[in-house]
Design a binder for this molecule. Structure first.
Ligand SMILES: Cc1cc2nc3c(=O)[nH]c(=O)nc-3n(C[C@H](O)[C@H](O)[C@H](O)COP(=O)(O)O)c2cc1C
Length: 227
């Protein structure tokens, strides 16, 4: 597996690792790289392994937030956009996580990829993306996902699962044959990074940990941490 020196902007390292986790990094063309004589093996690789990489939610990460008393909580969400400016995920703005982020707009993100074994930790300040930005992503979602998002009052108690199914049915009826506009209580958050840690498994547990911290000049201070 091609590695990357840490003499890069941390976002570039993130992107490289992220794409590698999905077999999509530059120079990682599985077809060319793996010289396998058997055509059957190649066929299996592309029909079974590559699609299963997609299903492995390589864009999933653990999002940790804290409420205003400092009580932490974490859950998995999906990374939908990324750039050096930040990392974007979408959610219900009335959910517990969103309420944490509105009152305490900092978050810690944790990506774990099993092969090669890597972890990326990112800490950053959080803000909502604009309604127009959320709307663009909302419009790209399948209608079923839009209906589900409208039917669910995320993080709130429900009496019975069937209430949720009924709620979905009524949303479905309400918007039959119509476009569903992005609800105001649904949208993205962008996490602007101020600290990264790249962790890579190495033999004898001498794992490599490389930390980048944003300094007051806007550049990144790099340090190596003991595993
Ligand atoms: C693989 C996976 C992906 C998920 N993606 C999202 C997501 O992108 N946005 C979201 O709001 N919840 C997502 N969830 C559900 C959250 O983990 C969580 O249950 C939900 O957002 C409510 O969290 P909260 O009550 O802490 O706000 C995902 C869960 C899993 C297991």
């Amino acid at each position: 597996m091609q590695n990357l020196s840490f003499n890069k902007h941390p976002h570039e390292i993130f992107e490289h690792w992220y794409l590698q986790s999905q077999g999509r990094a530059e120079g990682q063309k599985l077809k060319q790289k793996i010289k396998i004589k058997s055509q059957t093996l190649i066929k299996n690789l592309f029909t079974q392994i590559v699609p299963s990489l997609d299903r492995m939610n390589q864009n999933a990460f653990v999002l940790a937030t804290a409420n205003k008393s400092g009580q932490p909580s974490s859950r998995v969400v999906l990374l939908k956009e990324y750039s050096p400016k930040g990392y974007v995920f979408y959610t219900n703005y009335n959910s517990d996580k969103a309420q944490d982020l509105i009152t305490n707009p900092v978050a810690s993100l944790n990506f774990f990829w099993a092969y090669p074994t890597r972890q990326v930790r990112i800490v950053g300040d959080v803000q909502k993306v604009s309604y127009e930005h959320s709307s663009r992503y909302w419009d790209s979602r399948p209608k079923g996902s839009q209906e589900g998002a409208l039917a669910s009052d995320q993080s709130k108690k429900i009496k019975d699962y069937s209430d949720l199914e009924d709620s979905l049915k009524s949303v479905h009826e309400q918007f039959k044959g119509q476009k569903i506009p992005c609800p105001k209580h649904w949208g993205g958050f962008i996490v602007s990074p101020k600290c990264y840690e790249f962790w890579q498994a190495m033999p004898n547990r001498l794992h490599k940990r490389t930390q980048f911290k944003l300094n007051t000049n806007g550049s990144w201070d790099k340090a190596f941490l003991s595993p």
